[in-house]
Design a protein around this ligand. Structure first.
Ligand SMILES: O=C(O)CCC(=O)C(=O)O
Ligand SMILES: [Fe+2]
Length: 269
């Protein structure tokens, strides 16, 4: 180091020796990390997929969109729905009443993609060991639940790596709703999943591993409108296709189990 300062200060010779040896072993650990860099998004994906904590990986990201931003998106949804109607045949298994983002004006698409990239993919991606640019949207769409239409979505998994939903309207505008996740809570693979129901506020985002079984709870009154995102690593600028699937939809089935040693993404353990 060019600028020098006394690292050890007034410490005793014994403490100095201890600190020096600690500093040396930290240096060696750092060398070991640098010697084995994780270079590709695919490698980081594998590390995430083999991470035992994946089975309980769900989190709420607060205020991903402000109320004004939610209003702006809701107006655009209303506009398209009034003129062209909702769709209900985009996902062969577990269909929803929805509108794909691709049907919206370019400027709105750009806002939704860029704000979610920055506020969801980058933030959560880095805590899960991904680098900026690793993750991309496989699908982005808006879903409407209502008592007189699609009331709920049965337990399922999604055909991607991570899934999320952002609540666009106020929770006061509906009864019921929310998402139930069924994470596996114990380390044994045959543990009974413990369901947890999550009610988020307007503009908040629930992000979870796509292979955690989850459901959209029944709406008994009013409407619940959410933005749903399916996320995976990208290759050549496009989100990775899931092997054996023509599109990334919803699937039934239990969690994938891995025999690899557990390691928390983002660490070297
Ligand atoms: O409605 C929800 O909370 C969950 C939505 C969902 O899982 C999906 O659209 O795949
Ligand atoms: Fe889902």
């Amino acid at each position: 180091m060019a600028d020098s300062f006394d690292l050890f200060g007034d410490t005793s010779p014994d403490d100095q020796a201890l600190l020096a040896s600690r500093s040396q072993s930290l240096g060696q650990a750092r060398q070991a990390i640098l010697a084995k860099p994780i270079r590709s998004a695919e490698e980081r994906r594998r590390r995430y997929v083999n991470w035992e904590g994946r089975k309980t990986n769900w989190t709420v990201l607060p205020a991903v969109w402000s109320s004004a931003e939610c209003d702006h998106i809701l107006e655009a949804i209303q506009d398209i729905a009034d003129r062209e109607g909702w769709e209900s045949d985009r996902h062969s298994a577990f269909p929803t009443t929805d509108l794909p983002l691709t049907r919206f004006p370019e400027a709105l698409q750009e806002f939704v993609r860029s704000s979610l990239t920055e506020r969801v993919l980058h933030t959560s991606g880095s805590t899960l060991g991904f680098e900026h640019g690793d993750l991309a949207f496989v699908d982005l769409f808006f879903v409407r639940y209502e008592a007189s239409g699609q009331r709920m979505l049965s337990p399922h998994t999604d055909g991607c790596l991570l899934s999320f939903n952002v609540l666009l309207n106020s929770p006061n505008e509906f009864e019921g709703g929310g998402t139930t996740v069924f994470p596996s809570t114990a380390s044994t693979s045959d543990a009974v999943p413990q369901p947890q129901t999550i009610h988020i506020r307007r503009g908040d985002c629930l992000l979870h591993d796509s292979k955690i079984m989850h459901s959209g709870n029944e709406v008994t009154h009013g409407q619940r409108i959410i933005c749903v995102g399916f996320v995976d690593t990208q290759r050549d600028g496009h989100a990775r296709k899931v092997p054996g699937q023509t599109h990334s939809g919803r699937m039934s089935g239990m969690l994938e189990h891995s025999s690899s040693s557990p390691a928390r993404p983002g660490t070297t353990g």
